[in-house]
Design a binder for this molecule. Structure first.
Ligand code: UD1
Length: 339
């Protein structure tokens, strides 16, 4: 069975391709290589032994998307990762984010609505909840005003899919709201490859430890949390990837209860930034150079998931813990060149 993975050479996309291939699916990857490299394809092949079909294609071209679907009429499901994801960059360049994340989604959906049946998994984010009023955050928590154009593209994306599903009952879709995916495949052949200075905590930590960055800045220690630093739900990227496979299977088996469903993908455990640093120091045996600086604008205080819906309905739960995830990120970092 043929599954399309857009953005399949990115961080979560590449790990999902591996899980799909391991589950027996034939994978077609589309990627425009704007934030990924062809070496990722080699990493995938060296893990699974199977070359996925790869097409370098930019989903911003409506004509290219139409042509792609005309020539691949046997695609049974689409997992849509292709998008930009840097919060700060989205504030500086909002139109780029609306074009990359919203236009492309519309073009893909336009083609899917022409098919008899289509199964669609959307990469969403816990960012849609903003600072939730209570913890853990369940899928019924209100959607708060987006803090950034990036966050807005995830909210709008979900709404576009929901509205489209109302008129096209043949479109079956699931949005997965990830908390903070981190880590790498245990083989250390694929992992996170931030371009330039990392914006996210884990790659910043591992790059500091390897000597590529001088010092980690911890953004604020005066939050109302147990040690004053922000709390997040860090989920292993392999667990995140597996959630896509079970969500897809739910759609392929017609087990979904409506044609637009949402699930939180997290561990259910919240960790502070200082706890993450301590865990890194423990698994790597390296003392990390960090200092406390001002809060980062736009950060929520605390976000961790109520995962009971995914546990019960998808039969999915995180298998790895924070130590596993951080150790895998560190093993991956050690395989990369310093500069
Ligand atoms: C953000 C987005 C999330 C998106 C993710 C990936 C929001 C609210 N969250 O997650 O939707 O999927 O990026 O791009 O928009 N930190 C430091 N020092 C650093 C880096 C981070 O102290 O150098 C702290 C942050 O203040 C935060 C925590 O580490 O408390 C995690 O930050 P980060 O990895 O950037 O992820 P989020 O901001 O939670």
């Amino acid at each position: 069975m043929k599954i399309l993975v857009t953005g399949g050479l990115g961080f979560i996309g590449s790990h999902t391709v591996v899980q799909l291939q391991n589950s027996g699916y034939q994978v077609v990857i589309i990627d425009n290589l704007s934030n990924a490299s062809l070496e990722v394809l080699e990493g995938i092949v060296s893990i699974t032994g199977q070359p996925p079909i790869f097409e370098k294609l930019d989903l911003k071209s409506k004509v290219a998307v139409q042509t792609f679907f005309k020539t691949h009429q046997d695609i049974q499901g689409v997992i849509h990762f292709a998008a930009s994801k840097a919060v700060g960059e989205s504030v500086v360049n909002p139109l780029m984010y609306y074009e990359n994340n919203v236009n492309t989604l519309v073009y893909v959906l336009q083609e899917l609505t022409k098919l008899k049946v289509s199964n669609f998994i959307f990469s969403s984010s816990c960012t849609v909840y903003g600072q939730a009023d209570s913890m853990p955050i369940s899928e019924t928590a209100p959607i708060k005003e987006a803090q950034s154009p990036y966050g807005n593209t995830k909210q709008i994306g979900e709404e576009i899919i929901k509205d489209t599903c109302q008129v096209y009952p043949n479109l079956q879709s699931i949005a997965l709201r990830y908390f903070n995916p981190i880590g790498a495949h245990k083989s250390a052949k694929i992992g996170e490859l931030p371009i330039g200075v990392p914006q996210n905590l884990i790659p910043y930590i591992t790059q500091t430890a390897i000597g590529k960055r001088d010092q980690l800045s911890v953004f604020g220690n005066d939050y109302p949390t147990k040690d004053g630093t922000c709390v997040r739900d860090y989920i292993h990227v392999v667990d995140t990837a597996k959630a896509h496979v079970v969500a897809l299977q739910r759609l392929l088996n017609n087990e979904n209860q409506s044609n637009f469903e949402v699930f939180n993908i997290g561990t259910g455990q919240g960790s502070t930034v200082l706890e993450v640093i301590k865990t890194f120091e423990k698994v790597s045996n390296i003392k990390l150079n960090y200092n406390i600086v001002d809060r980062r604008p736009g950060d929520v205080v605390t976000a961790y998931a109520d995962t009971s819906k995914a546990n019960k309905i998808l039969g999915w739960q995180a298998e790895y813990d924070l130590e596993d995830a951080i150790l895998s990120a560190w093993n991956w970092q050690k395989t990369l060149k310093k500069d």
